[in-house]
Design a protein around this ligand. Structure first.
Ligand code: ZN
Length: 125
């Protein structure tokens, strides 16, 4: 399952970050998913929950936002958000400013961990 391997690497990553920052517990995870990753946010959340069991992120709140893809025109350089049609696959892959179809995906295929919130170890003494 695609989502499960993603979830496993997210947990791996947040655990590393948390340890480096002296956190003992992760309370919140904020994740942004590009529309073009074809990741189902609900499935991803479920998988993260599974993957976080018995880790530092166990019981953490998971926030997932989807981001619309951004196209960049190779002709005029305009960046624009991809417009979605009636169907999910019905994207208009043309520059809205000059109409060129020589465009590349600037954003939308990535999964970004925006931030995590955790509890730091109390300084003793
Ligand atoms: Zn253009």
């Amino acid at each position: 399952m695609h989502e499960f391997s993603l979830a496993a690497s997210i947990i791996q990553y947040v655990s590393d970050v948390a340890k480096k920052n002296g956190m003992t517990e992760i309370k919140e995870m904020h994740i942004e998913v590009g529309e073009m990753t074809h990741v189902d946010p609900r499935q991803l959340r479920f998988c993260i929950r599974l993957a976080s069991q018995n880790t530092i992120a166990d019981g953490s709140r998971i926030y997932i936002r989807t981001r619309m893809p951004v196209l960049r025109c190779l002709k005029c350089g305009t960046s624009s958000e991809l417009k979605k049609g009636k169907n999910l696959s019905d994207y208009s892959m043309a520059c809205p400013s000059c109409g060129s179809q020589e465009v590349e995906l600037e954003r939308g295929k990535e999964l970004v961990l925006k931030r995590i919130k955790g509890v730091k170890k109390e300084a003793l003494g």
